[in-house]
Every structure is written in structure tokens, then in C-alpha cells.
Design a binder for this molecule. Structure first.
Ligand code: FE2
Ligand code: FE2
Length: 235
């Protein structure tokens, strides 16, 4: 029997089968910001062949051998999820955003004349960087300390503090997701033109890696951690 159908929520499918995230990415289906809706909605929106996608999901699931890399975050301890978000995804952004920013300026200066799209790439990336730095700071100074305090003391005030900021954070995730969508369109999914240098290639590869990392990061927050907090608070 098939495990997945199109009435299931996209985020639930990725929770049950993390590898589905890669398949969704291939079909430009948003599993992080848009994870809280039935798959059929995204299928209709993106004009995807429903039978083909379901077949791919179900056959990959049946033939997939789970390895130690495929941690099931849905069933993980809250402490482990927090550690993964802060030590892996936040740390990655703090270190990579300035690096990519410099690279995006370099390729704009060197290749901007022949690749006018780079001016938009530069602007969009730097907007994303600014918004994310603000967002990470909010999470690291307000939300995560409140969650950790709640974990330690069980204080409902701290839980409330962590939950009441969620709507704002989700809106910011959607904003970041929209910029990434635009970046992917302008760069034709980060394909490297023939007439460019290694720095150009490195920049686009880093942008692609950034996209994958942010999708996974937002998925952990939007589809696993935040619903868990809301449940605890009874909201
Ligand atoms: Fe985060
Ligand atoms: Fe976030």
C-alpha cells in the first residue's frame, strides 16, 4: 500500500520521510514555509503531475535504506532539536552570510557588465542577509533563552514568551522563503554560465547550499519545534 497521498500535509510527509524534502525541491514544492498545507494545493499551484510525484515519493520510500544520516527529527528530544538549530543552522548562517556577501560583491564587479542579473542577485542576497541577521538575533535573544528556561523550570511565563513570538517568526520565515524563490528564479536554479570564473561558480554553489540549509532550518522550526511549543501551551 502506498504510504503517501496528496491529502497529507507537506510538512508531515517530510517529517515521516526526510528524503522527501529533496524530491519536493526538485518539483519546486515549498516544504518549509509552505509545509502546513495539503500536498494537493502545491501540486495544483505548481502544475505538477500528481501521479508522477506520488509514484516517485512512494517508490523512493519503499526502496530507501535509512542510514544514520537520516535522523528522524520529528521524534527527537526538544533539546536535540534546539542544539541542531543553534549549533548547526544558526552557526552556519553567522559564518557564511558575510562570506557570500563579499563574494556577491566581487562577482557583481567582475561580471556585472555581461550578467545584468547579478545586480538583482546582489541586492536580494543582501536584503536576505540583513533580514536573517535580525531574525536570528530575535530567536537567540528572546525565543531560545525562553525555551531553555522553560525546559529547566517548567515556568509557563517562559513558555508564553517563546510561543507569542512564533507568528512574527513564521512571517519572517515566509519573507526569507520568498527571497530565496526569487533568487532561484533569477539564477535559473544557480546554473553556472559558460563564460564565468571560479569565483562566480563558488558563489552560486554557496548560494545553492545556503538555500538547502535554510529550507531545512525553517522546516525544523515551522514544522517540528513551533507546533510542539504551541501544543505544550495548549494553543
Ligand atoms: Fe532559527
Ligand atoms: Fe527562524
Amino acid at each position: 500500500m502506498n504510504k503517501f497521498n496528496s491529502t497529507q500535509k507537506i510538512g508531515d510527509i517530510v517529517n515521516a520521510f526526510p528524503k522527501a524534502a529533496e524530491i519536493f525541491k526538485g518539483y519546486k514544492i515549498d516544504f518549509c514555509c509552505g509545509g502546513n498545507r495539503p500536498l494537493i494545493e502545491a501540486i495544483d499551484e505548481q502544475n505538477v503531475n500528481e501521479a508522477e510525484l506520488l509514484n516517485k515519493l512512494n517508490s523512493t520510500y519503499e526502496n530507501y535504506e535509512v542510514s544514520s544520516k537520516d535522523k528522524n527529527w520529528f521524534d527527537a528530544d526538544t533539546d536535540d532539536i534546539i542544539e541542531q538549530i543553534l549549533n548547526k543552522h544558526h552557526a552556519y548562517l553567522w559564518s557564511e552570510l558575510p562570506v557570500i556577501s563579499k563574494l556577491s560583491t566581487t562577482i557583481l564587479r567582475v561580471h556585472g557588465q555581461h550578467h545584468p542579473e547579478l545586480s538583482k542577485v546582489h541586492r536580494l542576497f543582501n536584503t536576505l542577509k540583513m533580514e536573517l541577521e535580525d531574525h536570528l538575533t530575535k530567536e537567540e535573544t528572546i525565543q531560545y533563552p525562553a525555551i531553555k528556561e522553560y525546559q529547566k523550570s517548567g515556568s509557563l511565563d517562559d513558555l508564553k514568551k517563546a510561543v507569542e513570538i512564533i507568528n512574527d517568526l513564521e512571517t519572517e520565515h515566509t519573507g526569507a522563503g520568498n527571497i530565496l524563490k526569487e533568487l532561484s528564479e533569477i539564477t535559473k536554479d544557480y546554473s553556472i554560465p559558460d563564460d564565468v570564473c571560479e569565483t562566480f561558480e563558488k558563489t552560486y554553489n554557496k548560494l545553492k547550499e545556503l538555500e538547502a540549509d535554510i529550507f531545512q532550518h525553517i522546516h525544523l522550526e515551522n514544522n517540528i519545534l513551533f507546533p510542539r511549543l504551541r501544543n505544550l501551551a495548549g494553543k
